[in-house]
Design a protein around this ligand. Structure first.
Ligand code: PXP
Length: 272
């Protein structure tokens, strides 16, 4: 019954603009500007902007976060490690939400979900501080019952289920693993929704995986970055976002396949 209601809702698309800053930082200077990308993304249909201020500032910098908060009219999702420094910045910036992620200096990107079970005692007061500042709290976790239940006990508003293992399996053509991971995400989304948590997903999503995952009714938001920025090199950011929007709406059953603009305009064939 709840599933039927949820299926009618469009999934929000949060666009992660970290890698605009990666390109900027490769040369120093101010261009390309991640805040300009955020504004363009919103104009093209993004429902929110995500940015990860890492401890090593490898892409987004402190001034980017402040400019994003001041410059965009849609929700800002601030990804960060649960450190004292980040808590202070979050209190100052006051984003719509903070998504707590694990962070290791040597990693290329966020690997694995946050250990919400093992870090319960440290996270409990930390989450309390964020909530006291009026910030919604999201926890980036593996799609399993234990971290989902621990997130609920910690007082999180949202869980963002890590889709990286599934997306890697799809990309590698390991369909047995991909199917098992998809089922894990589907079961996790159900457990989280039934626990009263808002359910997001992110990491490694592309047009095909976002479309497939959109069929799972409990998901209300996807956060997507690297793939969209890569596509933007070829088709422009607005087109990449429009095609993603279309894939998500099609996956959720809001656009009959035959009437999706991609098929009608033949753009898929042209771009192939
Ligand atoms: N969600 C979280 C919590 C992340 O850490 C990331 C990567 O920064 C993303 C979503 C976006 O992942 P991707 O860039 O692979 O789309």
């Amino acid at each position: 019954m709840t599933g039927a209601r949820l299926r009618l809702d469009r999934i929000r698309l949060g666009v992660n603009i970290d890698h605009v800053a990666t390109v900027r930082n490769a040369r120093g200077g101010a261009r390309p500007d991640p805040v300009r990308a955020a504004m363009l993304a919103i104009g093209a249909g993004a429902d929110g902007i995500t940015a990860h201020l890492r401890e090593d500032r490898r892409h987004i910098r402190d001034e980017d976060m402040a400019r994003l908060k001041a410059g965009i009219l849609k929700p800002l999702n601030y990804e960060m490690a649960a450190t004292a420094e980040m808590l202070e910045i979050a209190r100052r910036i006051r984003p719509h939400a903070c998504c707590l992620v694990p962070e290791k200096r040597e990693e290329r990107t966020t690997e694995g979900g946050l250990d919400v079970v093992g870090q319960h005692n440290a996270l409990k007061p930390y989450i309390g501080e964020l909530k006291a500042a009026g910030i919604r709290v999201s926890l980036f976790i593996e799609p399993d019952a234990a971290p989902i239940e621990a997130s609920k006990a910690l007082g999180a508003d949202i869980v963002e289920l890590h889709t990286g293992t599934w997306c890697h399996a799809v990309e590698a053509g390991d369909f047995v693993k991909a199917e098992a991971e998809f089922q894990r995400l589907k079961a996790g989304a159900r457990i989280a929704h039934d626990a009263g948590l808002e359910v997001h997903a992110g990491h490694g999503l592309d047009f095909a995986t976002a479309e497939a995952l959109a069929a799972v009714p409990e998901f209300v938001e996807f956060n997507i970055g690297h793939f969209l920025m890569g596509e933007a090199i070829f088709v422009g950011l607005a087109q990449a976002i429009a095609t993603m929007r279309n894939a998500m709406d099609r996956g959720r059953g809001l656009i009959p396949k035959a009437f999706s603009s991609e098929v009608v305009s033949g753009s898929r064939e042209e771009n192939a």
